[in-house]
Write a protein that binds this ligand. Structure first.
Ligand code: NAG
Ligand code: NAG
Ligand code: NAG
Ligand code: NAG
Length: 202
């Protein structure tokens, strides 16, 4: 990604994981594009952010950081773009549930890969990804459509609400490994974000 690429922290996916992720991508994409969020019996009791590890590509981004509230329920992000992003913004994410605390190992739950510009374009959709998008943008100065002009953006007080978690999720600790990337610009990554969260369903 060029000499100016900078990642503060790396959290790489190994070959076997990557294959599983690819297999799950289509599955996840279907879930997140079409799944009505009110379906399901179990609901979220709490979602706590334990830790967030961020990295960014200095070719496009001058600052990317997150801050978790003291009670672990909310997150703020700062994202400063140093260039106009004139192609679509994609998000890939792999969600794993912790199986062993001692060995810090995770079992893949699902993955998805989605064109965020298309999701934003759809506006008031009823899918999970749409719900999360609105959740993230509710207290944000990010544009609601693409392209994304250079500038300094914030997303504040992001928290989970009852209908934001699919019903097949079991209570436990999770890791979400995600990238914002540019498919039309060599798949360049903009950001890398690893969320460590605790979920309690009731
Ligand atoms: C997030 O931003 C809001 C609004 O600026 C602020 O009140 C809150 O304290 C911030 N939270 C954290 C964890 O920094
Ligand atoms: C980014 O786009 C704005 C208009 O949308 C333009 O004025 C500016 O020159 C562009 N910046 C760069 C670095 O191309
Ligand atoms: C990022 O944006 C914030 C808010 O506008 C600004 O205070 C800060 O100086 C910017 N930092 C960088 C490195 O771009
Ligand atoms: C972007 O990040 C992912 C995961 O961190 C990595 O597998 C991929 O190779 C990166 N893409 C590029 C173009 O560097």
């Amino acid at each position: 990604m060029g000499e100016r690429t900078q990642y503060h922290t790396t959290s790489r996916v190994n070959g076997a994981d990557a294959m599983q992720i690819r297999r799950a991508i289509l599955f996840g994409f279907i879930i997140f594009s079409t799944w009505p969020r009110h379906e399901g019996h179990k609901s979220l009791n709490s979602l706590l952010f334990r830790k967030i590890v961020t990295g960014f590509n200095t070719k496009y981004i001058s600052l990317y950081e997150s801050e978790i509230s003291q009670d672990h329920s909310m997150v703020n992000f700062t994202l400063n773009f140093s260039r106009n992003i004139t192609v679509d913004l994609w998000l890939r994410a792999a969600i794993g549930q912790q199986v062993s605390k001692r060995e810090d190992t995770y079992r893949d739950v699902f993955s998805y890969n989605v064109n965020l510009c298309q999701v934003m374009g759809r506006g008031k959709g009823n899918s999970l990804i749409n719900y999360w998008m609105n959740n993230v943008l509710r207290q944000s100065n990010m544009p609601r459509s693409c392209p994304i002009p250079e500038g300094n953006y914030y997303m504040r007080n992001i928290r989970s609400e009852k209908e934001t978690i699919p019903r097949f999720i079991r209570s436990g600790s999770f890791r979400i490994d995600s990238n914002l990337y540019l498919r039309q610009w060599n798949n360049d990554n903009l950001t890398n974000t690893v969320f460590y969260i605790d979920i309690k369903m009731k």
